[in-house]
Write a new protein. Sequence first.
Length: 158
Amino acid sequence: MLSAMGGNYSEGGVGHLIWIAEHGLLPGEVVGVSLSEAYDFATIGKTIAELYPDEEPSTNVDFSISDHMAEEIRARPRLHEAFAVQVDTSLAQVANATSDDFNTDFTFNVLWDRFQPDQVRVRLATYCLDDVLARTGGKEHLKNILSIGDKVTFTLLQ
């Protein structure tokens, strides 16, 4: 699933914004992200209330996973038996990640924040439920900082 979200929590900010909400990717699809100095404010994201107007606001503040919840998650069938992904940067870095018994899921992040506006942090990691429960970051395949003009490409191979 591809999601693009962020937030503006400064005084007068709009809070949490979503540009892409859980868009399913198919094998062979490529997503590219580049950092530029210009921003088109016509493509402002939407709030959770705007995207899901019929949903009741959540009051849950405890997102920890209980032993019972972990058992339920482990018992669920996998949506996909395997995955293979590739990340390429304009700095000639290539990282590949595939699933196995200890790496059942992956995360690919491109993180920009207003405190360092001339860079983004890029990370590709694989993990499993045990990593989530132990609050570890899983196995990193790529972790770097890109500057203005740099680009990163994510490809879902399988």
